[in-house]
Design a protein around this ligand. Structure first.
Ligand code: PLP
Length: 352
């Protein structure tokens, strides 16, 4: 069965308006001297989806919502860190489809204060009308979400629980669909993308892309993940498991092996959600050179990884490198003091 046919059999609620644009990053190429090395850089604008401020999680939510509807759900329960982009988009999606939404948010990052606790995604969760359960340290979010679903069920309601950043097999299918979308765009553009660079948090986006490329008969190693949550080896194992689960769900052969998945741990720094200078520099470079917004937790670190890999000579003449802009810019407001108070790093950042 083709990937396209397999996808058409999955329940889905359309949240995107056609393919997201692919744009050349020429001013970044100039700043890096990448053009001189013959490397062409592109951004896929998954940050440009409209609902709820947009971002990569909408692709997962299309299939999660489809599954929820097929199960008759009237409530969406999502878990995440306090500044979770997935939680924000789950709340926006629930608002759009008339579902109740409850968010179970855990303190995954050692930060507090008004900037972090009452701004960015937390502010938007509230505007979208979600009921928020802020967990103290040490309480497991998935357990609490399942307990809450059981309570609602006793009251005659039907809750759909989406944990792990939406990276269940169902959620991962959203990025298998994205692999197909990228390849259709590559055909239109007349050139293939030799590498696709992504952040790896709960591993679902990379897993979905890997599953998609496998299903298309293309090498999944073209997807380069930069882990922002787990050590690289752990993220790699999770990516393989999720890719194979997604393939099985689609009715395709779950045949992805460990050595077919590429994840780097170089940008994790001190840990999940903890800023690094390389991330701050990468966010500033993308903003000041292209007018585009990365986020401090995921895409900022992944783009920093891409910049370092280019500097290290990992890419060469003729490479068309596609970076997926995953959204998450509301997170910038929760980290404002790291940017406004931070020394500007590389000369490229100061240069206009
Ligand atoms: C903005 C953004 N980019 C990337 C990711 C990583 O996606 P995944 O968790 O599927 O690895 C996330 C996950 O929360 C995100 O919010």
């Amino acid at each position: 069965m083709s990937l396209s046919k397999a996808l058409s059999l999955m329940p889905r609620r359309k949240l995107t308006r056609g393919p997201t644009p692919i744009e050349r990053l020429e001013r970044i190429e100039d700043a890096l001297g990448a053009a001189a090395k013959g490397i062409r850089l592109y951004a896929k604008r998954d940050d440009q989806m409209t609902l709820g401020g947009g971002g990569n999680k909408l692709r997962k939510l299309e299939f999660l919502l489809g599954d929820a509807a097929a199960k008759g759900a009237d409530t969406l329960i999502a878990t995440g860190g306090r500044q979770s982009n997935f939680a924000r988009l789950a709340a926006a999606t629930a608002a759009k489809f008339g579902l109740s939404c409850e968010l179970v948010l855990a303190p995954m990052v050692p930060r507090d204060g008004a900037e972090y606790d009452r701004n960015g995604n937390v502010l938007l969760d509230d505007l979208f009308g979600a009921r928020i359960h802020h967990l103290p340290q040490g309480v497991d979010a998935t357990t609490l979400a399942n307990e809450r679903a059981a309570e609602l069920s006793q009251a005659g309601r039907v809750a759909y629980v989406a944990t792990l950043g939406g990276s269940s097999a169902v959620g991962c299918v959203g990025y298998a669909a994205c692999a197909l979308e990228i390849q259709e765009q590559a055909t239109e553009l007349g050139h293939d993308f030799t590498s696709v660079v992504v952040p790896n948090g709960s591993s679902g986006m990379q897993a979905g892309l890997v599953a998609g490329y496998r299903a298309l008969g293309l090498d999944p190693r073209r997807v380069h993940g930069h882990s922002v949550l787990a050590p690289a080896e752990k993220a790699k194992i999770a990516t393989v498991e999720r890719a194979n689960d997604a393939l099985a769900l689609l009715g395709l052969e779950p045949s992805v092996a460990l050595d077919e998945v590429t994840v780097s741990g170089d940008q994790l720094g001190p840990g999940y959600g903890i800023p690094t200078q390389a991330m701050v520099d990468a966010v500033r470079l993308m903003a000041s050179r292209e007018g585009l917004l990365l986020d401090p937790v995921y895409s900022g670190k992944a783009f920093a990884g891409l910049l370092e890999d280019i500097a290290a000579g990992q890419y060469g003449a003729g490479d068309n490198v596609l970076f997926i802009m995953t959204g998450g810019s509301p997170g910038l407001y929760a980290y404002a003091s790291h940017f406004l108070g931070a020394e500007r790093g590389s000369p490229d950042v100061r240069e206009r």
